[in-house]
Design a protein around this ligand. Structure first.
Ligand code: UD1
Length: 336
């Protein structure tokens, strides 16, 4: 019988791509999503790609009784927990909303899992937990730095909650610390749907390329990097989605080495903002209108992953380049 997996936030950017990969690997998927930062059309678009409509339940994970009732009524073999708020700036303005959405919901899901003896759990974490790491590339052993925002803090606290829970229960968990997810499904049927003005670089670039934004601001050219602009590790969302599948299979197969494992998920390669712009111009054939402005508050100089642990333990490696990611992001943008 196919294993049944609950994907919270399964209509979101990373969630939807992961649902498609789960289905192509023969898993049965149940999505919980409250449509707070996603659209119901994504459900049909997932179905167009995979040919299988996942079960969908509109449920708010802050509703403890509803979460508990869901687990009482559905026998699932594992949970991939994406549902969370993710805008750094907004989290500074609305800290309590972020703590409730990202922490209370996590607690309710873990409690209901424990009660129903569901033990396999994948958690969406972020490279933001490292802050500006002292050494590059960043390994999983790099120290966790003081969180600069409530959003970043929710990822750190989330990992701590899982650590403590595994100590006293049968929970088996893997946290994936994502670097910078970008790109879209190669079919251009699903992709990122930023609400309002995008805060992240790649959607801002593709919207500028499409003429929706007049000009891209490059935040700072005085960083100690190759060309003065900040460096990040941009990972194709399909590569990222696949990392969730191998992590889940590791838990289901019981090949995890400890009850809570953490992996960096990136390409291992850093690209500067100007390099990303050049790569976009190359794949789109468009010249991008941009100007250099001051640094953005809270930004770090450089972050890219050492992915040795994920390569060796999960047998996973990013396969797609920044050009691939930008090509797919651009293809997707042109459908919007
Ligand atoms: C941001 C968040 C991070 C979160 C991640 C994924 C901050 C400080 N960090 O990471 O916590 O996990 O998104 O959602 O917000 N840039 C420009 N012009 C723009 C937009 C971005 O030059 O219009 C630059 C930024 O200064 C940065 C790089 O592009 O150097 C990437 O920015 P972004 O896509 O926002 O990702 P991060 O800041 O790395």
């Amino acid at each position: 019988m196919a294993k049944k997996i609950l994907v919270t936030g399964g209509l979101g950017f990373i969630g939807s791509h992961t649902v498609v990969e789960l289905q192509s690997e023969g898993f049965e998927v149940v999505i919980i999503d409250n449509l707070y930062n996603s659209k119901i059309e994504v459900l049909d678009n997932i179905t167009k790609i995979s040919g299988v409509k996942p079960t969908y339940i509109n449920l708010d994970l802050r509703d403890k009784n509803a979460v508990s009732a869901f687990f009482d009524g559905h026998k699932v073999d594992g949970v991939i927990h994406f549902a969370a708020s993710k805008a750094v700036g907004e989290s500074v303005q609305k800290p309590l909303e972020y703590y409730e959405n990202n922490i209370a919901a996590l607690i309710y899901v873990l409690s209901a899992m424990q009660k129903n003896k569901v033990s396999n759990f994948i958690f969406s974490s972020s490279c933001t937990v490292y802050g500006q790491a002292d050494e590059l590339p960043i390994t999983e052993n790099a120290p966790i730095k003081f969180a600069e925002s409530p959003y970043g803090n929710t990822k750190q606290i989330g990992e701590e909650i899982i650590t403590d829970t595994t100590k006293t229960s049968d929970l088996n968990a893997i946290a994936l610390r994502y670097f910078n997810p970008t790109g879209a499904h190669p079919s251009a049927i699903i992709g990122e749907l930023p609400i309002g003005v995008p805060q992240n670089l790649v959607p801002f670039i593709t919207q500028t390329g499409a003429g929706i934004r007049a000009e891209l601001s490059v935040f700072g050219d005085d960083y100690p990097t190759v060309d003065g602009t900040a460096v990040r590790d941009y990972i194709h969302v399909v590569d990222l989605a696949k990392a969730h599948i191998v992590a889940l299979k590791r838990l289901i197969g019981g090949t995890n080495k400890t009850q809570f494992e953490t992996f960096n998920i990136g390409t291992g390669k850093g690209n500067s903002v100007l390099e990303v712009i050049k790569a976009f111009e190359k794949v789109s054939g468009k010249s991008l209108n941009y100007k250099i402005v001051g640094r953005r508050e809270g930004d770090i100089t450089a972050a890219y992953a050492d992915t040795t642990l994920a390569n060796n333990e999960l047998g996973w490696k990013a396969e797609q380049s920044i050009e691939d990611a930008l090509r797919d992001a651009w293809k997707w943008q042109q459908t919007l």
